[in-house]
Design a protein around this ligand. Structure first.
Ligand code: URA
Length: 231
């Protein structure tokens, strides 16, 4: 990654203001470089030397966030779909270039771990079934699934309606009272709901408790934690 930027590019790259607004921000004394008010938008700077409104530039080497998705919001940015997860986190993250995106999606009613990042390479890597990143779901069904489903899912023979390729092997734990824990290494459209629907079971509620190594660890719905990028 480049270690220095034109100051106006840096402010726009990390979502503070547009390049055309940068001059005004400098005039207003909002930006310090090496502790002194910056004057020239085309000055080259390392992000580490810059303070904006007294704060260091946020995550200049990339942003990765664990977000506890609440129910009732979507992972898309299409306004016609209603409230978005991106309305619930700082607007500056969406003004970054590249903007943040979610690593995979959860349905509107699904809660739990949703990773957000501006690193396209992480999105590719962690959503590709080749990388077998485990995702753990806790579901409440309308009734217990048949015990044989554990072996069917482990064998990787379950076929979803309308699809040729069977689902990758998955681990199903039957917890009682129609509750289950399911660990998947892929992420097809509405996969959990469709896997249980294939056996006549309805998912009443769905929560993702883990994505790869990331868990909520005490985050309440709507809260987030910025975490280090993987090495
Ligand atoms: N599977 C689903 O059916 N829905 C989700 O939100 C995630 C996985």
């Amino acid at each position: 990654m480049r270690s220095d930027f034109r100051l106006d590019q840096l402010l726009s790259r990390f979502g503070y203001c547009s390049r055309s607004q940068a001059r005004g921000w400098l005039k207003a004394g909002r930006v310090l470089v090496d502790g002194k008010p910056a004057r020239e938008p085309d000055q080259r700077v390392a992000p580490e030397a810059v303070l904006v409104d007294g704060q260091p530039v946020e995550q200049p080497h990339g942003l990765l966030v664990v977000f506890h998705k609440p129910p009732g919001c979507v992972c898309s940015r299409d306004e016609r779909e209603g409230r978005s997860v991106f309305d619930l986190v700082p607007a500056r993250w969406s003004a970054r270039n590249p903007e943040i995106t979610s690593i995979g999606r959860l349905d509107r009613d699904t809660t739990g771990v949703l990773l957000l990042t501006d690193q396209g390479e992480l999105v590719q890597r962690w959503t590709s079934p080749r990388h077998k990143v485990p995702k753990v779901y806790e579901a409440q069904l309308d009734q217990d699934p048949p015990a044989e489903l554990v072996a069917t899912l482990a064998a990787g023979t379950l076929r979803l309606e309308g699809e040729q390729q069977p689902c990758a092997p998955a681990v199903l734990e039957i917890l009682g009272d129609a509750r289950v824990r399911l660990t998947l290494t892929e992420g097809r459209f509405h996969q959990v709901k469709r896997m249980f629907a294939a056996h006549g079971r309805l998912v009443m509620s769905l929560h993702r408790s883990q994505f790869g190594d990331y868990r909520l660890d005490g985050l309440a719905p709507g809260e987030w934690r910025v975490v280090p990028l993987p090495g």
